[in-house]
Design a protein around this ligand. Structure first.
Ligand SMILES: Cc1ncc(COP(=O)(O)O)c(C=O)c1O
Length: 544
């Protein structure tokens, strides 16, 4: 973009004031309105050109344009020019996650009104860390938290009347994302387990070594299916528990945690050392790679018997509770001590919004912090019991979205995802060239290219031969995913799953996440057609 009049580009008080009050001039204002119009009402053509992270212009090429490391003394561009640059130079190279052909990640199209709501939230610029910078928004936040809590825990009217605006209790908190929600859950579990007692002021105050001494233990463990999200390991690292102590439990053939193996692991841990503490058992409601849901009721029973915190990571699957048809898949979630749900996943909110819900409204008392300048003792600031300090009013967006969509609107999205994934699985099974690796329970499935003659060979191969064949198939599927991604018509992601829980048998699979209501089985057929075409024209020789 050319700047016509460089003399205008000066930082001074006059111009500074104008920036705070309104756009810099009529031209900027007109450009802002023109582009906001395009962004707010025409998101689709704004990002239309490609799907996924294509090689149309390589990352290497792009990075050459971004090597200027000096902050200029005077402004470089006017608002109008900056906006045009964003639209013309940045947007075309961003990833079109809203395309119905983008079916590889948990990030997808959002309803168009979300952009408006996000704009309003930015304009209001409330800070939920304290009441003095949010007032009514803190109250709205408590109400919307109670609504989602009610969907999970289904307590009585009286319970919600008591807690919805109770400034002493906390039904849930908004955080940055699923990672922070999981971390908060385990933080609260850790502090509750190592609470203060005679001669010990609690783990938060005295630290891990003192806590282990005070409670006569030398190790804390967290048990979760091996499909658990890696944020659990991160959390254990941050909390000083040690990420090695997040123990991955093998899965059953249906990709849910194997309950027998879990029980055996608990028995073994106890036999190995009476000084091992089972801090938490985590159930997954919508595993990142396979979308599977653990047997939550059984896990709750085991956690109770072991006096362990029961956390459900429903970052992905939580909103399934909206669906009358499919909410049974999450049976047992109401038994969880804490539940993670991501707003930016199946609540279709803009990035980023995580939430943690608590069965016990006093459960977060153990992580409360105060200071003289914010979150003072006796204040009702929401920041008292959150890991974050300052944070935006995501709760307003969720509150409005629930009103605009209704439970039924969200249920339609959930049903569409689950049923389209099931139809996709049928189509994959119907096509000879493909092998369905993990059938969908919710709306995620994995599959791979595996020609019928190779499948036959695999069935009768010994271990060594099977590994060799799988290595070749891995190369083919890895290449296939890259070629398709770079072509830019459609996008599926890829991961590596362990066959028979065996770490030597990593199988590269293509992973599809069906969450865009515009994604139809027709589109998914096109994705498979393209994969067949790529395989036949470019990769066939690699499997021979
Ligand atoms: C099951 C599960 N838990 C936690 C997370 C972490 O969420 P976030 O990326 O919002 O931190 C994810 C992300 O994909 C997830 O799938």
């Amino acid at each position: 973009m050319f700047v016509k009049d460089q003399s205008d580009l000066v930082a001074d008080w006059d111009r500074l004031f104008r920036v705070f009050i309104r756009p810099e001039g009529q031209v900027s204002r007109a450009t802002l309105i023109k582009y906001m119009d395009r962004i707010l009402y025409g998101l689709n053509d704004f990002l239309k050109t490609n799907v996924g992270i294509t090689e149309a212009v390589s990352l290497k090429e792009l990075s050459k344009n971004f090597t200027d490391t000096l902050i200029h003394d005077n402004p470089e561009k006017k608002l109008a020019d900056v906006i045009t640059c964003l639209i013309d130079n940045i947007a075309p190279h961003a990833v079109n996650v809203s395309s119905p052909y983008f079916v590889g990640h948990m990030t997808s199209a959002i309803p168009f009104f979300m952009v408006h709501l996000k704009t309003i939230v930015a304009a209001l610029n409330q800070n939920l860390v304290k009441l003095e910078t949010s007032k009514v928004v803190s109250i709205v936040e408590k109400q919307v938290i109670a609504k989602i809590h009610r969907m999970i825990y289904k307590h009585s009217d009286a319970f919600y009347q008591e807690h919805v605006q109770n400034t002493d209790t906390t039904l849930g908190v908004f955080v940055e994302g699923g990672t922070t929600a999981n971390l908060t859950a385990l933080w609260a579990a850790r502090n509750a387990k190592f609470h203060p007692k005679a001669g010990f002021a609690g783990i938060e105050s005295d630290g891990l070594a003192a806590a282990y001494r005070a409670y006569d233990i030398d190790r804390c463990v967290i048990l979760v299916s091996r499909l658990g999200h890696y944020s659990l390991r991160k959390s254990a690292g941050v909390l000083g528990i040690g990420n090695q102590n997040v123990i991955p439990i093998k899965t059953a053939p249906d990709n849910r945690v194997d309950i027998n193996v879990l029980k055996q692991t608990i028995t073994r841990l106890k036999q190995e050392s009476p000084r091992t503490c089972i801090l938490a058992i985590v159930g997954i409601a919508g595993a990142t790679e396979t979308g599977t849901v653990d047997p939550l009721e059984t896990l709750a029973e085991i956690a109770q018997a072991e006096n362990a915190h029961f956390h459900v990571d429903a970052a992905w699957g939580g909103p399934t509770l909206f669906s009358k048809k499919y909410r049974y898949l999450l049976n047992g979630i109401s038994l969880a001590d804490s539940v993670t749900i991501d707003g930016h996943k199946q609540f279709y909110m803009p990035m980023s919004c995580g939430m943690l819900y608590l069965k016990d409204p006093t459960a977060l008392d153990v992580i409360a912090y105060h200071s003289n300048y914010v979150n003072r003792m006796g204040s009702v600031d929401l920041g008292i019991k959150t890991l974050s300090g300052s944070r935006e009013a995501n709760s307003l967006i969720l509150d409005c979205a629930l009103k605009i969509m209704g439970a039924k609107g969200y249920a339609l999205l959930i049903d569409h995802g689950i049923e389209t994934a099931a139809a996709f699985a049928r189509e994959i099974r119907r096509r000879d060239l493909f092998e369905l690796m993990t059938p969908p329970v919710l709306n995620i499935l994995t599959y791979r290219i595996c020609p019928p003659d190779i499948r036959k060979k695999l069935a009768s191969a010994d271990d060594a031969e099977r590994r060799k064949i799988n290595e070749r198939l891995n190369t083919v599927n890895r290449r296939l995913q890259q070629i398709q991604r770079e072509a830019g018509h459609s996008f599926v992601s890829r991961t590596t799953l362990l066959q028979n829980n065996c770490s030597e048998d990593g199988i590269v699979v293509l992973r599809s996440v069906i969450m865009n209501p515009m994604t139809t089985i027709g589109i998914l057929n096109e994705v498979l057609d393209e994969q067949e075409e790529i395989f036949c024209s470019q990769l066939k020789d690699l499997v021979e």
